[in-house]
Design a protein around this ligand. Structure first.
Ligand code: GDP
Ligand code: IMO
Ligand code: MG
Length: 421
């Protein structure tokens, strides 16, 4: 079998978590391959709203195995809190959640370093979620990091103390006050919580599953425009959020990648700093935020909102080798008479549909106006009941990208989606 990948094509928060939950009954295994608790994936079912951060979004379907892959950076503190919240919902996850020994651990001092670094940047800050993501990946690539497999070793505490001291030396460069004790106790409790789960050589496990004919869904976090190599650098996260990240973050060969499902909102949002060519810093943006409930699932920050950006979507499709599109939040645009789509950019006095190297320089979007759909979509479940204007919008996107839209989201609930043929 080949592993399917589901990932974000914009700046994150496209509705990946909901779709993973929807698709999980078709899969034996759901695996996160990168990122950490900077992710906030919202699932809504049976009047429950749950947000996953470290744990794959397949956890609420009781037949599938959920794997935290080697490419993930795991925070013991938020992991433990998340486990407890899921247990309180009556979900038995002991035998279904497995953690890669090669996943790196976010240490208390990684979080403090993240906060100190952001504070020192002032106006130029990235708008990090302050979960310690950047410093942890820096230690991974700097070959200093602590991994999940280390927690059972005799020398774990020595390694922890050594790296903590090193971080404290670095922190002296910042004029930043911190209280390590505040985090440390919870961190070691979190380490004990991790020990309750099977720690696995996940690359062997996942390849064995694939060889046995089991179905695997790789769940991306963040989005393509936050990718460390191809996103709006430096306003990005510190991992490869793209399809290739599923290969390195799980140990799957590129030959074993099947469908690549790219999720995008019918419009665009971004949380944190950085360029956003089609941003609507006006009444339109406020309406999108209000009707779309656009507030960060991890930090609660208001999301910046704007129109769909087709050059960016095409770029993301190219980088990921996207084979299927999934468009969420179509219901939100029912509140508008007309909508706009950015189809090209005016940059350096030229019209282009390519993202320039420095997308931090002024880019003026060129828009096409499209008639919106008025009916409330939230109760619709069949594709033949969708308004013609919405189908025009879908066909317009398909024509411009060359990729079929397979699913349309019409609400936050588990049932609120429509499959297109
Ligand atoms: P993720 O990080 O990609 O999983 O997305 P988030 O959970 O951070 O943000 C997506 C938000 O949109 C959440 O509040 C979801 O419950 C909600 N959502 C997902 N799909 C839809 C949809 O089709 N319509 C509406 N109205 N909300 C949706
Ligand atoms: P999900 O998986 C939206 C953004 C942050 C910041 C930048 C770097 O829910 O889609 P980091 O904490 O990674 O160092 O922050 O990336 N960011 C996200 N934005 N959704 C996410 O995840 C994000 N994870 C990080 O806001 O701009
Ligand atoms: Mg999110």
């Amino acid at each position: 079998m080949k592993a399917d990948v589901l990932l974000g094509l914009q700046w994150g928060d496209e509705g990946k978590g909901k779709l993973v939950d929807v698709l999980t009954p078709k899969y034996d295994v759901v695996a996160r391959f990168q990122g950490g608790p900077n992710a906030g994936h919202t699932l809504e079912f049976n009047n429950i709203k749950h947000i996953t951060h470290n744990i794959p979004s397949g956890i609420f379907r009781d037949k599938s195995i959920n794997l935290i892959g080697n490419g993930v950076v795991l925070d013991p503190i938020t992991f433990r809190a998340e486990i407890n919240a899921i247990l309180r919902l009556g979900v038995d996850l002991k035998d279904r959640l497995k953690v890669s020994k090669k996943a790196h651990l976010i240490m208390p001092t990684h979080r403090i370093l993240d906060a100190a670094s952001e504070a020192s940047k002032g106006q130029t800050k990235i708008g990090s979620t302050l979960r310690g993501i950047g410093p942890t990946y820096m230690d991974k690539t700097g070959r200093n990091g602590l991994r999940v497999g280390d927690i059972i070793s005799q020398s774990f505490h020595d390694k922890y103390n050594f790296l903590t001291k090193k971080h404290q030396e670095i922190l002296k460069q910042y004029n930043y006050e911190y209280d390590l004790k505040e985090y440390e106790e919870g961190w070691f409790e979190g380490i004990e919580a991790i020990k309750n789960f099977e720690l696995v050589d996940s690359e062997y496990l996942i390849n064995t599953f694939l060889n046995e004919g089991k179905t695997v869904l790789a769940e991306g976090a963040q989005g393509t425009m936050l990718d460390i190599d191809f996103g709006s650098y430096p306003f990005v996260t510190s991992s490869n959020t793209i399809c290739a990240g599923a290969c390195t973050g799980l140990g799957i060969s590129p030959h074993k990648i099947g469908e690549v499902m790219g999720v995008f909102k019918a419009y665009c949002t971004r949380v944190g700093s950085g360029p956003f060519p089609s941003e609507q810093n006006n009444e339109v943006g406020e309406s999108l935020r209000r009707y779309g409930g656009e507030f960060g699932a991890t930090t609660g920050r208001p999301r910046r909102c704007g129109w769909l950006d087709l050059p960016m979507l095409k770029y993301a499709i190219m980088i990921n080798g996207t084979t299927q599109l999934m468009m969420t939040k179509a219901d939100v645009l029912s509140h508008f008479d007309t909508i706009r789509v950015c189809t090209a950019y005016r940059h350096n006095n030229q019209i282009t549909d390519q993202l320039p190297f420095d997308i931090n320089t002024p880019i003026e979007p060129v828009y096409t106006e499209i008639k919106s759909w008025k009916p409330d979509l939230t109760g619709i479940r069949k594709s033949n009941e969708l308004p013609a204007e919405l189908m025009n919008y879908v066909r317009f996107i398909e024509k411009n990208t060359g990729i079929p839209v397979k699913i349309i989201g019409v609400g936050a609930g588990r049932e609120q989606f429509i499959e297109l043929n």
